[in-house]
Ligand binder design. Structure first.
Ligand SMILES: [Zn+2]
Length: 182
């Protein structure tokens, strides 16, 4: 396994819609080891999610893992979840503001409105279909990662930039709210 270099905002790969992954391609050793490396890279940088285009591979693959962490106030743990070719539909009219950060936009945090519940249909790493309902923070992370795979970042979803803050200032002036990097 290896820790991969993370693309930063401005790299064109982050702004392209990632390609669908064919089932035969998904089973290849190259893609399987990419998935392992993405999980390792996400953990190395204390992220809760990582999309393949963030590691310079324009494919519809993302990894999510939310483990007990003082920063994660709401919701249950989510073990390592690999999503391939995700299709997401909102299940709530309701939007909730919450802090987000991004491994591709280091040292910044901002408040983003997200649906509080979503339905996710995708393939798992073995090509098996999955169909799940996610709420609260898990739903937020799914929306953040699916945005990445569609060439978007959380800044695009902020209604204004009044909450955009550097990490040190976030700790100093805003701490108490939850934030993690995806
Ligand atoms: Zn991100």
């Amino acid at each position: 396994m290896a820790i991969l270099k993370v693309a930063r905002l401005g790299h064109p790969v982050l702004r392209r819609v990632a390609e669908q992954v064919l089932p035969t391609e998904l089973r290849s050793p190259q893609i399987q080891s990419l998935i392992d490396d993405m999980a390792e890279t996400m953990r190395e940088y204390n992220g809760v999610g990582l999309a393949a285009n963030q590691v310079h591979t324009s494919k519809q693959i993302a990894v999510i893992e939310i483990l007990k962490d003082p920063r994660a106030a709401e919701g249950p743990d989510v073990p390592l979840t690999v999503i391939v070719n995700p299709q997401m539909t909102p299940l709530s009219q309701e939007l909730e503001e919450g802090w987000e950060g991004c491994l591709s936009i280091p040292d910044l945090r901002g408040k983003v409105s997200r649906y509080t519940a979503v339905r996710l249909r995708a393939l798992d790493r073995h090509g098996e279909p999955m169909d799940l309902i996610a709420k609260d923070f898990f739903a937020r992370v799914i929306q953040h990662e699916v945005d990445h795979l569609n060439g978007m970042v959380y800044l695009d979803r902020m209604k204004d930039f009044s909450t955009l803050t550097h990490l040190a200032e976030w700790h100093r002036y805003w701490l108490g709210s939850q934030a993690q990097d995806d």
